[in-house]
Design a protein around this ligand. Structure first.
Ligand SMILES: [Zn+2]
Ligand SMILES: [Zn+2]
Ligand SMILES: [Zn+2]
Length: 162
C-alpha cells in the first residue's frame, strides 16, 4: 500500500506520542480500559498517516508477539478504539486511521491522497451543519456522516512543482 514515507517536514514520533497521550486521557475520562493490547493496536494504526487494514495490523502484531494473536482480538480492539473516537474507518480503503482530534465529538472529513496514500482529517463545521440540515429536511436520522475526499495532498503537489 504505497510508500510509508512520512509527510515532509514533520516529526511523526510526536504525532504518535500525542495520540497515545490523548487516548490515555480519553479513556481515563470515560473510565474505559486502555489495555496494553488496545494501546498496541492504536500505535500500529498510527504507524503513519496512511490507513492501515485490520489484516495488516494482525500481521504486524504476529510479527512481534511470541504467541499468535487471533483476528477477533484485533477486531475487538479496533471496535473499542472506534467507539471511543480514537480511530476512524476509511470506508473506501477498508482501513483505519488515527483520529487527530480525539475526545471532541465530531464528524470529520478525510482528505485522501491518491498519490502517497496519506489521509488528513479536517473538521469543517459548515459541512457537518449543512449535512445535518439536509438529512433533517429529508426526514433522515443520520448516524454517521464521515466524508471521504480524494485528491492530491499538499506535499505531493509541492514535490511535483505545483
Ligand atoms: Zn505524523
Ligand atoms: Zn477524528
Ligand atoms: Zn500525497
Amino acid at each position: 500500500m504505497g510508500s510509508a514515507a512520512p509527510k515532509r517536514s514533520h516529526d511523526h514520533s510526536k504525532c504518535i506520542a500525542e495520540a497515545l497521550a490523548a487516548a490515555t486521557e480519553v479513556c481515563r475520562e470515560r473510565s474505559a480500559r486502555f489495555t496494553s493490547l488496545r494501546r498496541q493496536v492504536l500505535e500500529l494504526i498510527w504507524t503513519s498517516h496512511e490507513p492501515v487494514g485490520a489484516y495488516d495490523i494482525l500481521e504486524m502484531m504476529n510479527d512481534t508477539a511470541d504467541s499468535r494473536v487471533a483476528p477477533m482480538t484485533v477486531y475487538r480492539a479496533i471496535e473499542f478504539l472506534m467507539e471511543n473516537g480514537l480511530v476512524h474507518r476509511i470506508a473506501s480503503r477498508n482501513a483505519y486511521v488515527g483520529c487527530s482530534h480525539p475526545g471532541a465529538s465530531h464528524e470529520g472529513q478525510f482528505l485522501i491522497c491518491r498519490h502517497c496514500g496519506c489521509v488528513e482529517e479536517i473538521m469543517e463545521k459548515a459541512i457537518s451543519k449543512a449535512l445535518s440540515t439536509g438529512a433533517k429536511r429529508a426526514g433522515f436520522d443520520a448516524v454517521s456522516s464521515l466524508i471521504e475526499i480524494e485528491g492530491r495532498c499538499r506535499d505531493c503537489r509541492e514535490s511535483a512543482g505545483e
